[in-house]
Design a protein around this ligand. Structure first.
Ligand code: GRG
Ligand code: ZN
Length: 332
């Protein structure tokens, strides 16, 4: 394939080593930049930004750089006791997306006992619809991302019994497309991010036999472009975050070795910012905590031993899941 690959190869090789210290500094600085106008607009103010930053640091063995008590008090400020859900920030509206981030942060800090677990479980339970799907909040929008969030929250809370799991899985399976992939709802176009969510639900619920791993594995491998990076669906640009959505999906179905790991590593490494630290969506763009986490998590999945092992389903350090005794299904 060498000849065909050249025109779209990486134009400049960029960094080729993993710049761990710079990334830890980048993430910590991001979280401390509180007076900056840009900070007000930035992700660390939102609870999902806290999850990205904390998990990135944890994978780099640098979680202690963040102040546990300060962060847990922010998490609890995001709690909406009326509904039982978490909002992105104090006095905003609760949503299942932010509820997952809150639980992931609490789990990583070994602080699950600070949550009002019964009320959180009830919040999630109420979001399940008759057909097994999940709404993201009281507005009612249905999306397989929300099924993933609901099922992972309940797995972390050890309360999967609170929902109709069979129905949740049946809904996911009803979204399977002819190309072997999944979209956001029944009939929607296949997308690597949604495939991650759907395979994630099947993995947590031990139902991976319901999909054809070969067909979906091929679709996922076709996301790799000549430059080494992966896109989320055909005809789209490569993006570092898809290294995570695709590689973790392949890892769950035991097909990670199907992809060219040298080329994808090189693409992620080339997306590092040598000056500021941090990883961006593709070489030459500005770094952010989201792509820094998913770039690092991808590199961890590919076996880099300078990072903690990441769990492909929860995108958290494997040792956190081990400590909690949570074991999603992974195909050989
Ligand atoms: C705990 C790791 C973890 C995740 C939480 C929210 C969530 C679960 C997963 C999100 C998965 C994801 C990235 C879905 C993508 C949704 C989507 C349809 C994006 C399309 O966006 P475009 O069109 O991007 O801007 P492309 O790259 O397709 O052009
Ligand atoms: Zn991205």
């Amino acid at each position: 394939t060498g000849g065909a690959r050249k025109p779209l190869a990486l134009s400049s090789p960029g960094p080729t080593n993993l710049l761990l210290e710079q990334h830890a500094k980048f993430v910590v600085k991001y979280s401390e930049n509180k007076d900056d106008y840009e900070f007000v607009m930035s992700e660390f103010l939102r609870i999902n930004g806290v999850y990205w930053s904390l998990t990135a640091l944890d994978l780099m063995y640098a979680k202690e750089e963040l102040h546990k008590e300060e962060i847990m008090s922010f998490v609890l400020q995001c709690y909406d006791s009326e509904s039982g859900g978490f909002s992105p920030a104090h006095r905003h509206d609760p949503h299942i997306l932010y509820t997952l981030s809150a639980i992931q942060v609490a789990a990583t800090f070994d602080a699950m006992d600070r949550l009002d677990q019964e009320s959180v479980v009830r919040y999630i339970q109420k979001l399940q619809n008759k057909d097994g799907s999940f709404s993201g909040d009281i507005m009612g929008e249905v999306d397989n991302r929300f099924s993933f969030c609901a099922v992972s929250c309940l797995a972390l809370l050890k309360r999967l019994d609170a929902i109709d799991v069979d129905n949740a899985v049946n809904y996911i399976c009803s979204c399977l497309n002819f190309d072997g992939g999944f979209g956001s709802q029944a009939g929607s176009e296949s997308h690597a991010g949604l495939i991650f969510c759907c395979i994630g639900v099947l993995s947590i619920t031990q139902q991976l036999h319901r999909i054809d791993a070969d067909i979906i594995g091929h679709w996922l491998c076709q996301r790799q472009l000549p430059c080494g990076g992966l896109n989320g669906r055909p005809e789209k640009l490569p993006d570092v975050c898809y290294s995570w959505w695709v590689l973790s999906s392949l890892a769950m179905i035991g097909r990670l070795h199907w992809i060219d790991s040298k080329d994808i590593s090189q693409f992620i490494l080339a997306s590092q910012d040598e000056e500021t630290g941090g990883i961006s969506d593709r070489p030459g763009d500005l770094p952010d905590p989201f792509h820094t986490l998913f770039g690092l998590a991808g590199i961890s999945l590919l076996g880099n031993t300078k990072l903690k092992t990441v769990n492909p389903v929860f995108c958290m350090a494997q040792e956190v899941l081990d400590r909690m005794g949570i074991k999603p299904q992974l195909l050989e």
